[in-house]
Design a protein around this ligand. Sequence first.
Ligand code: ATP
Ligand code: MG
Length: 603
Amino acid sequence: MSSSVNAEEPRTSFPLIKEELKKQIPRITLLVALSLIGTGVGLVQPLLFKHLLDTAIPAADVRLIGLLLVGMVAVPVLSAGFNSANHYLRAYIGEGVAQRLRQELFDHLLFVRLADLEQFKTGEHIYRLTRSCGLIGEVYVGQHLLPLAMNAILLVGTLTAMTWLHWRLSLVALLAFPLSFLLTRKTRNYTQSLYRDLSNTLESGESYLNEIFPGLRTVRALNAQAHEKDRWREWLTAHRRIKATVSAFHEMIRIVLPESINYVVAGLIFAFGAFEIIQGRLTIGSLVAFAAYLPRAYAVLQTLLGTQVNLQEARINADKVDALFALTREPSGDRALPSDAVSDERRPANVAPPPGAALAFNNVSFDYGRGDFGARDLTFRVEPGEFVGIVGPSGGGKSTIIDLIMGFYTPRSGSIALDGIDLQELSLASLRSQIGLVSQDLFFWNDSISRNINYPRPDEDAGAVSEAARAAQIDEFITGLPRDYRTVIGERGLTLSGGERQRLAIARALRKRPRLLLFDEATSALDALTELKVRTAFEQARAGRTAIVVAHRLSTILAADRILVIDQGRIVETGSREELLTLRGLFHDLYKAQSFDLPEIAL
Ligand SMILES: Nc1ncnc2c1ncn2[C@@H]1O[C@H](COP(=O)(O)OP(=O)(O)OP(=O)(O)O)[C@@H](O)[C@H]1O
Ligand SMILES: [Mg+2]
């Protein structure tokens, strides 16, 4: 396959984090510098105490006492200033990492193969894009990894000061570190499973909410509110339980454990310190200063332990993000159609439109991986300007043909060609720029009608929009609305009727000025008049274009040049309406079943 995109290695989150942190080196350097200064300032405080107790007070030096007291007030104020600058920078860098992950993941998901994407729920995409990326960036990098660097500095500074005061005492203080690391190592597996449970629970909650709100009508129609209330309560209970466990565990690892170790070590230090004072090797002031350093060392220890725990949480979320990064992208060739340049909407008015596109299926087979068929050995051609209808029983594989033409799915075997170029060689962007698709289930943005027709063009070319709407027979309806083209149509176009949605989709497809029109008729029933409107819209739309129309109402394709009858993924009959009727096969049966509103054909 001549695919440039596919050759790329899938991205993973940790190299991305590293890359982003590298880009942030100037900011990180500034952060370290600020920390150094902040730490230096903070370390002065205990020494001021020592001088006050050991020098200034015994010597009754009032001036020195005054100076030392001023210092004691100034130092915390300065520290606070450095601290807020630190926080800002840390959050900024952490958010930078989250932003990078979110951007890359979003870009990736926009291009992932549909078959791969369908393995995940929408809620999972949303959870991973928001919470997982955020957790890695904001919490892990911003609140833990970066402070780790600063804490290392603080630790070195504190230990130096402690060693300078009394090196034998500082050896005792150091005992706390190996002790606590041993303990966190032992709990690593438990930490991991706990955080995995937590993020799975959160993800399932997100997925559930994502499913239920679009489905509320159905839930009500089936009187299922009580059932859903129970499901939601169950989730809430599970969530509360896991949150409480995680919180207790976090408290244990981050607060209780280091605190207990700290108390034990402090006890040892005071015992040993008292002995040293009695021996005359230590002053009381030094012991007080030494003890003042202890909470700092303890804070560092706390952060280190927190980072350990957090690393596990970050890793679990990174795994979730990486599972999405591992999805393969839509295979795309890089050839462009020669007609691209002229078929585009930028085509000047005096340039004749290029003829409709030619399409060929050669022994195309495809399945959705569920062991059943989607398409089996399909071979057919559609000539430029031809109008081909596709009919057949539900689930027969009609929409699958449309999906294969759009490049949403790739055939397992055989090939599809547009204007003689194999779809595998053709760039997907070029392919799709030729096609106007009106699919079976329509999607619209919760935005104005004109923006929906014009999507994704930012400029609102009112002329082109209303031209497309007129051709789609929807202009009259739109101009009859109080806010005409500026009317907002609600999420997924829910404020429109089925027929209006279809015609709006035809208008959107026509706005592209495509060479190939694909119309997968919605199964929802339309009244006779609306149906006529949609059919007229479509008849207008297909002028000068190639058209492939999947029809559930045979009336839609009565004018077709040729009809393919699809059943169980195969073409079972093909020919004009009259030819098919004389066959007295599946088409004949379908025709008979719908014939009450179709012209009588003498057989
Ligand atoms: N995304 C999918 N994943 C798995 N199987 C699918 C998927 N889409 C369709 N199928 C299956 O493939 C077969 C053909 O489906 P297709 O949507 O092409 O039928 P259809 O002829 O368009 O039916 P209808 O007239 O009801 O729209 C069906 O058995 C269907 O269950
Ligand atoms: Mg279908």
